[in-house]
Ligand binder design. Structure first.
Ligand code: TXE
Length: 499
């Protein structure tokens, strides 16, 4: 049973905020308070950075053999797996996503610890062909203290995508999870501490972006900052990183196109589209929000899509039959419905949904009926801005070139999907789309081995995979003089000087 009152994790123990402050986490399905969590501010971030700094500069973690680090990370993975039901309930209580999906996602997240433990254990350093009588070997050393700022939409998984590679590479960390859903990241810290991670290696300080987030981002004693969040937050975090001359990795907003060619049977296309669009009430940076459908099949597609969308069972996310829960907050609800209203005002047609659900069991909670919009054009706000809700638009295209042009006509470039039976077209179109990930006849799939990052305004750098692990290290070049001839640069003998 996970406690309803949660503290900060700093230097290997649970502590209250220095000023005793707390924040309340609301259950979006009931609008009741699910958790009261210690609220960190600048001084708590300072304490966490101090602990992480000490653990990095003087502690055993960065110097530990990678297999020893790997053993601790794998133990934490097993602890988390054994708690997937209870942590899944925490996630549902904080974000409202159906329990059956959250338990599955929480059960998957520990794979990141196993994967990056393996990467660290099998990493080989390089010897490079420097000229002269030199041996030049290159060590990969941890960067130091990594700050991570994480969002509410997949609280444990997104935190894990940063924590697993950073720790495996020997860094220490301060994580500032979202004020909306900080509990599962705190449970991640607990599992790592129980697994035997040294004090100060992992510190988790919930708090608001404007104070704790800003304090971490602008801290002059961190060595890298990672963010998953909105694009505006990304600009602020990247600017602060620039001032401190530290690397930044940012995964930001998206507006994923889903290109559906007319060789795909309508039922399969509609099942793929609803999966792309409505999982997690569309609150995912890679949610398929722009359905681009060949003009020959669009009428049949839209008819079936609306029918299917209206059958999605929205309900109490704790109940196993619920397929969709609420959106996360009043703020998000207002924003989503505001964007739907703007689409109506600009001439779009809302074929289903587009409103808050009323009546039993929706008396409380931020439930929105899944929404399908047509008659859109590229200039509408609904087509340009990230909605982050259960809202999808449908647009026709006449041929491959038009489909690609529409897909690429966005400020974002995180995820995209292509649906076709034509093998060549699938690959060619995927290569023409400016986005970090493209699924063919699928959506949403993610793997610790699979690079994950955004082009354009969707971010900087990439998560997952061996390259992401390397980005948590710096190359240290060690050059060894193998010459037996003595030299004296400032000596009188030409021979000795330039040998
Ligand atoms: O995100 P924020 P919000 C998008 C999505 C959503 C919008 C707003 O479109 O509707 O962003 O969501 C911390 N310095 N995404 O308001 O504010 C904040 O405390 C340092 C896409 O929830 O960006 C939280 O921990 N930190 C996205 C984290 O940033 C700051 C996921 C994200 O919150 C800060 C979430 C600051 N100045 C939202 N301001 C995705 N890519 O999946 C905020 N934070």
């Amino acid at each position: 049973m996970i406690k309803q009152d949660q503290l900060l994790w700093i230097d290997g123990r649970e502590v209250a905020a220095l000023d005793g402050g707390t924040l309340e986490v609301e259950n979006p399905a009931t609008t009741q308070i699910a958790f009261v969590v210690a609220r960190g501010r600048g001084p708590d971030i300072d304490a966490a950075v101090d602990a992480a700094r000490r653990a990095h500069d003087h502690g055993p973690w960065p110097r530990m053999h990678p297999r020893e680090r790997g053993r601790i990370l794998r133990t934490a993975a097993e602890i988390l797996r054994s708690r997937k039901e209870s942590i899944g309930e925490v996630e549902t209580a904080c974000v409202g996503r159906p329990l059956r999906e959250m338990v599955q996602q929480v059960g998957r997240a520990p794979d990141w610890l196993d994967f990056f433990a393996s990467v660290a254990e099998t990493q080989e350093d390089l010897v490079v062909p420097a000229s002269g009588e030199l041996m030049n070997y290159v060590r990969r050393v941890p960067l130091g203290v990594v700050g991570a700022i994480t969002p509410w939409n997949h609280p444990l998984l997104i935190t894990m995508k940063k924590v697993a590679p950073a720790l495996a590479a020997g860094n220490t960390m301060v994580v500032k999870p979202s004020e909306v859903a900080p509990v599962a990241p705190l449970e991640l810290a607990r599992a790592l501490v129980e697994a035997g991670i040294p004090d100060g290696v992992i510190n988790v300080v919930p708090g608001f972006g404007t104070d704790a987030g800003k304090a971490l981002t602008e801290h002059d004693r961190i060595d890298r900052i990672d963010l998953t969040g909105g694009t505006e937050t990304g600009r602020q975090v990247a600017a602060a990183a620039g001032r401190n001359l530290i690397p930044v990795q940012a995964e930001l907003g998206g507006k994923a196109p889903v290109l559906i060619f007319d060789d795909v049977p309508i039922d399969i296309a509609v099942a793929g589209a609803t999966f792309a669009s409505f999982v997690a009430s569309g609150q995912s940076c890679i949610a398929g929000t722009r359905l681009l459908v060949h003009e020959r099949s669009i009428d049949a597609f839209v008819e079936k899509l609306v029918e299917r969308t209206q059958l999605i069972r929205v309900g109490d996310p704790m109940q196993p039959e619920a397929q969709m829960g609420p959106v996360v907050s009043q703020r998000q609800l207002d924003r989503i419905l505001g964007l739907v209203e703007s689409a109506r005002a600009e001439g779009a047609r809302v074929l289903c949904g587009g409103e808050r659900l009323a009546g039993h069991p929706f008396e409380r909670g931020y439930f929105i009926a899944p929404t399908v919009i047509t008659d859109v054009h590229q200039d509408m706000r609904i087509m340009r801005e990230e909605v982050f809700g259960p809202v999808v638009s449908v647009q026709p295209f006449a041929d491959e070139d038009e489909a690609v042009a529409l897909a690429n006509d966005a400020d974002f470039g995180l995820g995209a999907a292509v649906w076709t039976k034509d093998l060549t077209r699938a690959h060619v179109v995927a290569h023409r789309i400016r986005s970090g990930t493209v699924w063919i006849n699928d959506h949403h799939r993610i793997d610790p081995a699979s690079p994950w990052g955004g082009f354009k305004d969707s971010g900087i750098g990439s998560e997952n995979g061996v390259e992401a692990f390397n980005d948590y290290t710096a190359a240290q070049s060690v050059l060894v003089n193998l010459s037996r001839t003595p030299f004296d640069w400032f000596g009188s003998s030409e021979e000795l000087r330039y040998s």
